[in-house]
Design a protein around this ligand. Structure first.
Ligand code: AMP
Length: 441
């Protein structure tokens, strides 16, 4: 399928091309025709699937005809980063049209937002709080809204925005098209969607579910002990081929040097290496010349090595998608694989997001006989849980892990105090296999 099949206006097709989209993503294939037909849609998809363009393109198509400079489309998103990102998608894809969008969120002056509203816009992309302020002050007229989009509804719910959403709904025409996107469907979101959607079509983009043959574990650790922990882990654990991921090219290079100096057959794979060096690393890893490959996410995309026994996330990935991609490299073809993730205190929000996709808590482990000094891994977990369980009003709403700009700060799932979560998550380490990873002679 290609974009031409949607019969979108030529101005949109030109913008799609300029954005570098060559073919529709699965959610776009499914959702664009449905949205264009005017149906309500329940989209079960997370960020990174192309869902923004899946609703932006048909919305732009609709706005090419009919009245201008009235708010005909309202998009509600949980964070200002996401609101900006959605607004930017409308700017990019609508650049050859006269359609105007404006973002509205708190934490910044209202004046430019008022100016944009007074000048007249077709699309408002808003966070709930500031939108309600404008509604309260009668700065915004939502009586002409034809399409409502609720994006990342589950996250809005997590952040305590559900009452705000219900208040906003009271100011919208009943007769409208509603598009509802959520990565997960907890009960309160299911109830809300049933209330506001009218005979919706459901579009579900399956998460790239991590292979079930992979066992996942996380190792709480302070940044400064990561090198030592990795060396101890490699020495203790019987491994075959090990793929280690770092956040940056520099960290990949330095870590590969450290491991090589410690006698492990190691190579790096990162973007600063010449292509022939990269190929040599991949070939050497595949052929057994190297037992360990230290890679960045981007550089690792080309690796096609099947029997990787362990993926070690020396640095936690920036997105849940990146996590599933990384660990998808082990446990292939029904083989057993282990995925270990080093987690510092600030990584705990990302851990929550990963656990949500996996649908279960990640096993927390402490490496036996490792000298943690005065660091207590169990305490890091307890503190993180306590923080996550604070009321929304006390929590910082700053996220920041997600490369795509969406907020990852969210409270724990319903129920459970810190102590109970903590107990549940700490499992006994599985018996270690021996002997340890081969070292170069
Ligand atoms: P989203 O899930 O909407 O946050 O989109 C994730 C990323 O995918 C964004 O950077 C989009 O620009 C990009 N994207 C969306 N649709 C396509 C497509 N059909 N082809 C390539 N990239 C896309």
């Amino acid at each position: 399928m290609n974009f031409a099949d949607f019969s979108l206006d030529a101005r949109l097709n030109t913008a799609i091309e300029a954005a570098g989209y060559t073919a529709p993503t699965p959610i776009q294939e499914q959702a664009i025709p449905l949205v264009m037909s005017g149906r309500d849609v329940l989209g079960l998809a997370q960020t990174g699937t192309g869902k923004t363009a899946a609703f932006a393109l048909p919305i732009l198509q609709r706005l090419l005809s009919g009245p201008q400079r009235k708010i005909r489309v309202l998009i509600v998103a949980p964070t200002r980063e996401l609101a900006e990102q959605i607004h930017q998608t409308f700017v990019d894809l609508g650049k050859n049209t006269k359609v105007r969008s404006t973002p509205i969120y708190g934490g910044v002056s209202k004046r430019p937002q008022l100016a944009a509203l007074r000048a007249g816009v077709d699309i408002v992309v808003a966070c709930p709080g500031r939108l309600l302020d404008h509604i309260g002050e009668r700065d915004i007229d939502l009586s002409a809204v034809e399409v409502l989009v609720l994006d990342e509804a589950d996250r809005m719910c997590d952040m305590g925005f559900l009452p705000d959403i219900r208040r906003i709904l009271q100011h919208l025409p009943k007769q409208r098209q509603t598009l509802f996107f959520s990565a997960t469907m907890p009960d309160d979101i299911r109830i809300l969607s049933a209330e506001i959607l009218n005979n919706p079509a459901t579009v579900q983009i399956g998460m790239i579910a991590p292979a079930e043959t992979v066992s996942h574990a996380i190792y709480p650790i302070p940044e400064k002990l990561k090198n030592k922990l990795l060396l101890a882990m490699l020495a203790q654990t019987a491994t075959g081929r090990v793929l280690v991921f770092t956040r940056t090219k520099r960290r990949a290079r330095n870590l590969a040097l450290l491991l090589a100096n410690e006698g492990f057959n190691t190579s790096a794979l990162q973007g600063n290496m010449a292509q022939n060096r990269r190929q040599e690393s991949i070939d050497g890893f595949r052929e057994g010349k190297y037992d360990i490959l230290v890679a960045t996410d981007i550089a690792s995309r080309g690796i096609d090595v099947t029997d990787i026994s362990h993926v070690i996330n020396f640095d936690i990935p920036d997105t849940v998608d990146a996590y599933t991609h990384r660990i998808g490299r082990t446990g292939r073809a029904e083989q057993l694989g282990d995925a270990f993730t080093f987690v510092t205190e600030s990584d705990e929000v990302m851990v929550r997001d990963i656990e949500k996709v996996l649908g279960e808590p990640l096993e927390r482990r402490r490496l036996p006989d490792f000298d943690y000094g005065d660091f207590v891994p169990e305490r890091q977990t307890a503190i993180a849980h306590a923080h996550q369980n604070q009321p929304a009003s006390l929590r910082s709403q700053r996220g920041g892990h997600n490369l795509l700009g969406s907020n990852t700060a969210r409270p724990a799932r319903v129920g459970g105090d810190a102590a109970r979560n903590n107990r549940q998550n700490w499992n006994n380490p599985r018996p270690q296999r021996s002997p340890g990873t081969r070292r170069a002679g």
